[in-house]
Design a protein around this ligand. Sequence first.
Ligand code: APR
Length: 247
Amino acid sequence: MPDGAAVPTKWNEIRQRIADSQRLAVMTGAGISAESGVPTFRGADGLWRNFRAEELATPEAFARDPKLVWEWYDWRRGLIADCAPNPGHMALAQMATKVPVLNLITQNVDGLHELAGSTDPVEMHGNIWKVRCTDCGQVSADRRVPIPILPRCDGCGGLLRPHIVWFGESLDEAVLARSFGAFEYADIALIIGTSGVVQPAASLAGLAKRAGAYVVEINPDATPNRALVDVTLSCAAGAVLPHLVPL
Ligand code: APR
């Protein structure tokens, strides 16, 4: 929105709905971190050495070539280490202080919601700053950039992998229950910066809608969610979210 321009009426109406909400559910995807400089997965900047995420973020790819998969994650970790939360992340952290319940569910693994001050975001797909031993299963924080390739477990010497849910792997049961519960019982749902093609996250907008919530999508590009939500704000998340925080 240009400086000095009036805030669109629709934005004010949504801010009022948020102010009146009892249970707000928020889903974020890579788009909310795009303005922080984190490449999205399906955008033009999402390729690394001509590989797509679906070719690298799989247990099969890791079994075949753990060095290649770690090199990709090391590249992403290096990028993310230099990124800071943007006004979109900050607005969601602030919004949580203005409503009785805000459940924040993210597909992102970059940790930027927590850095912005959101407490206890549900990280559906894990966190890029955590590693897990493929032998003993121990999960630990690891912020080394660059990370030695191949990294080894301090406890047992086993090969470490990113603590991330890859394509073909199941999501944690408790995480799933919290995510579905948040959207089933929400009175308002915000779907922000996701292409809406990766399940089960992609089904949450529809779940909230069927359960009677008012569903708002924020995405400058068309997605499959557009047909089912109440309103789409075709804007960058960082431009609109600060205007949706109740006063
Ligand atoms: N504000 C809002 N939305 C944006 C912005 C922005 N500034 N910039 C881009 N977008 C939108 C894009 O139009 C796109 O629809 O964000 C979406 C990002 O989509 P994807 O790259 O597909 O990311 P996401 O939906 O989070 O991917 C889901 O796929 O690769 C896996 O596990 C990975 O969590 C990821 C999952």
